[in-house]
Design a protein around this ligand. Structure first.
Ligand SMILES: Nc1ncnc2c1ncn2[C@@H]1O[C@H](COP(=O)(O)OP(=O)(O)OP(=O)(O)O)[C@@H](O)[C@H]1O
Ligand SMILES: [Mg+2]
Length: 526
């Protein structure tokens, strides 16, 4: 953390001139304002954080600024000139570019092809060679390293995000709007992103940064604006404020400070998930999971710490029955599930909250009530003798919406129109509503505002009373806060195992980066 704080840039870099000015901006959907009479200023050379709870209107404000939505009323001006964007293309011509919460790249195209996609012929170089070399130069200039000739599907999430940013810079963006860019990034990638952002503002660009992460917002922004239920709750200079003040602006006086007490005594029961010598072949031929053995018991939260890309996804998938191990056995609540497949694994008692919640098991075009019963519509009480009961389905939905505080849903509205975080909450609610013995949750608080994240952590702890939990998160603090046992994963191996009363954060940090001393007990058992 200290190193980040040291990197905070010199405030004199920021111009006093306003680059982008928003006055009285309102955007409603079906008569309900998502943003309501919002004022907002962005100065030249500034990194401006945009915070607010799930559904507060952050993405909506950004989408108006980038020309995707037309406001119902209010004005936007750039360098003192009033503008009215007819489309994202139009905004782009005025130097405004946005990187969306969910990327919009064509998988089978190359980086360079994606960068010029949708650009008018007159605006882009004639040959792809030329585009490639210009993209390479831009990448070099801003430290956004990526191979211009690679196809999108070959790239990591972090690299794909760089392509999105390069795409905007290529079109001459001077104002960059980044909607939750770090939600999908590993810690090192986040550092690299902020280095690139620093380069941009040093060259006079201005950046709007939407984030749910207080620490990075405090470390990297010059000013912060908080949206609360569509209204601007205040703009403050980062150096003059505190996380507590910002949290109060976001949530009111009930500020969701760290309030869960996780240290309650509880009983530990029988094993509900046991892995013995499990190895999984990765997509590139190497062992993605290498000889993993561990047990989760009823009453326990076992947390897996590790930098993304060290086999966590493959480990989750093999437990969920989506992959078959090349070696070893997996048992769930007494049933051998080594080769059971996803359905039987679920029947044996596993609930799985995958990392890619939007890509797995969500029907974006259907309303919430149908998504909530996607896995249980053919069972009582949601259907009897093949007939769906809308009353029961609605009951389940209302119960979950209330329990998980899912906001912004309207009857019949397709879920893809809900805010990113509320969608996450809805999927979590559905999975946790399934009957299960062990919960496997990957990045359960990703995309959630601080209060919602805290509620989900509390819920996971609550699960522990009756079940076992295996949770993966890149956020070490979160893992440590929730877990009775912390496992560390590096290069496909479980390299450390710590009980909550013997946690050594330094040692865990070293193990996560491959420089610690692996636990001899674990070495011996594997
Ligand atoms: N196209 C749309 N149609 C209908 N309602 C919408 C649309 N876009 C956004 N909304 C609604 O506007 C409100 C604000 O949503 P928005 O996506 O701006 O929130 P957010 O602050 O970005 O939240 P999150 O942190 O969860 O991403 C929500 O209630 C959402 O359901
Ligand atoms: Mg959003």
């Amino acid at each position: 953390m200290a190193s980040r704080r040291n990197r905070r840039r010199d405030p004199s870099r920021v111009n006093s001139a306003t680059h982008l000015e928003v006055r009285n901006l309102t955007k409603s959907f079906y008569g309900v304002p998502a943003i309501d009479s919002v004022d907002f200023d962005l100065r030249g050379g500034e990194i401006h954080g945009l915070l607010g709870e799930n559904g507060a209107g952050k993405s909506t404000l950004c989408s108006v600024l980038s020309g995707l939505y037309k406001p119902n009323s209010g004005t936007v001006s750039i360098d003192g000139q009033a503008v009215q964007f007819r489309s994202p293309q139009d905004a782009s011509n005025h130097g405004v570019g946005m990187v969306y919460q969910h990327f919009r790249l064509v998988d089978s195209f190359t980086v360079a092809q994606n960068v010029v996609l949708g650009m008018h012929k007159r605006q882009r170089p004639r040959s792809m060679r030329q585009v490639e070399s210009m993209v390479a130069d831009l990448a070099e200039e801003f430290g956004l390293h990526v191979n211009p000739t690679a196809s999108i599907w070959q790239l990591s999430v972090g690299e794909q995000q760089r392509v999105e940013i390069l795409k905007q810079l290529f079109r001459g963006a001077r104002i960059l709007i980044l909607d939750e860019p770090t939600a999908v990034l590993a810690a090192q990638e986040t550092d690299r992103l902020f280095e690139a952002v620093s380069t941009m503002v040093a060259k006079g660009h201005s950046v709007v940064l939407v984030s749910h992460k207080m620490a990075e917002t405090m470390a990297y922004t010059d000013r912060i604006t908080v949206l609360r239920r569509g209204v601007n709750a205040g703009s403050v200079t980062t150096a003059d404020t505190t996380p507590a003040e910002v949290a109060r602006m976001m949530f009111g006086d009930s500020a969701a400070a760290e309030r869960t007490n996780f240290a309650t005594a509880h009983d530990i029961g029988e094993p509900v998930l046991s892995l013995s010598g499990v190895s999984v072949q990765g997509d590139h031929g190497l062992m993605a999971v290498d000889d993993a053995s561990f047990t989760v018991r009823r009453g326990q939260v076992v947390g897996v710490a590790g930098v993304a890309g060290n086999g966590q996804r493959e480990l989750q998938e093999v437990i969920a029955g989506l992959r078959t191990p090349v070696n070893g056995t997996i048992e769930i609540a007494g049933t051998d599930c080594t080769t059971a497949g996803p359905k039987k694994t679920a029947q044996a008692g596993l609930a799985y909250v995958p990392e890619d919640r939007l890509g797995v098991g969500l029907a974006p075009g259907l309303p919430l009530e149908h998504n909530i019963v996607l896995k249980s519509y053919d069972r009582s009480p949601h259907s009897r003798r093949g007939v769906l009961s809308n009353t029961e389905i609605e009951k389940t939905m209302n119960k979950l919406v209330e329990k998980f505080d899912v906001r912004g849903n309207r009857s019949g509205m397709r879920v893809s129109l809900m805010s990113g975080g509320n969608l996450q909450k809805a999927i979590l609610a559905r999975e946790l509503n399934e009957d299960h013995q062990v919960l496997l949750a990957a990045a359960p608080t990703r995309g959630l505002d601080m209060a919602a994240a805290e509620a989900v952590r509390a819920h996971i702890i609550e699960e522990r009373a009756k079940r076992g939990v295996l949770v993966f998160s890149e956020d070490l603090d979160e893992i440590v806060k929730m877990s009775d046992v912390v496992l560390v994963m590096f290069k496909g191996r479980i390299v450390g195992s710590f009980a909550s009363d013997e946690l050594d954060l330094d040692e865990i940090g070293l193990l996560m980066t491959g420089s610690g001393t692996p636990d001899p007990a674990i070495q011996a058992s594997s």
